[in-house]
Design a protein around this ligand. Structure first.
Ligand code: CA
Length: 245
């Protein structure tokens, strides 16, 4: 492998393909488009090349000697260092596509043989673009306090370490509460801030959703300690009750 800087700065694509003609064709087309390319001729060599060269993307043939593409993919996905390495699969049969993209292999995209090199290059570009957009994401906005953890980007909520399934409205209500703790809001304020001013909903809708949310997050929803009722006014979120288990 050349250590030429000009080469190193181009995105490096590893092509794992035992058919020499195809490997050469793919290499030629990728290089024409400005990519740097390394090739490996079987699955084991491919895994070693991933470790050695740390490619930006892997083009992986499904039918490979020594170690099949399925196994290469499985091992890469199972290793945190390579779990997110973008993989474009080459498959001979359209029937394999579900497996290739599915849980079994988790490839990012595929091309069915025989393929047009131009199409393959387009797929490679698209997958790389997606991968770099993901990598460039800001860190997720997360609320974490005591028993509760909320990821505002993925809408995942964990309470006492266990995933909590909330409806979108329940999620938005919870978001509102944790972002404005220890302040009393009346029902109309909550409606405005969570439902928006455009929608017409009865103030008692707030009560219904508070009840549902309590059922999910309170240890004992008959005696709530997080979403407190302030008699004659509305509700307030008591984030102090989140501390401890
Ligand atoms: Ca093959």
């Amino acid at each position: 492998m050349s250590s030429d800087l000009a080469v190193a700065q181009r995105p490096l694509i590893l092509v794992v393909e035992d058919e020499r003609d195809i490997a050469a064709l793919v290499r030629f087309n990728l290089e024409q488009e400005g990519f740097a390319v390394v090739t490996a001729a079987d699955g084991e060599e491919g895994l070693a090349a991933v470790r050695q060269h740390r490619p930006s993307l892997l083009i992986l043939d499904l039918m490979l000697p020594v170690m099949p593409g399925v196994e290469v993919c499985r091992r890469l996905r199972g290793d945190s260092a390579t779990a997110r390495l973008p993989i474009v699969m080459l498959t001979a049969k359209a029937a394999e596509v579900d497996r290739v993209l599915g849980l079994e292999m988790g490839a990012d995209d595929y091309v069915t043989k025989p393929f047009s090199p131009r199409e393959l290059v387009a797929r490679v570009r698209a997958v790389l673009r997606r991968a770099s957009a993901d990598a460039g994401d800001r860190p997720h906005a997360v609320y974490a306090k005591g028993r509760l953890r909320i990821d505002f980007d993925t809408y995942e909520v964990h309470l006492d370490g266990k995933p909590l399934v909330l409806s979108l409205r329940e999620f938005e209500l919870l978001r509102f509460f944790v972002q404005s703790p220890n302040r009393v809001f009346d029902r109309l304020q909550i409606l405005d801030l969570v439902w928006g001013q455009d929608t017409y909903v009865e103030p008692r809708t707030v009560d219904v959703h508070v009840r549902r949310l309590r059922a999910r997050i309170e240890r004992d929803d008959a005696h709530p300690e997080l979403i407190l009722t302030v008699r004659g006014v509305g509700y307030k979120f008591n984030d102090r009750a989140l501390a401890g288990c």
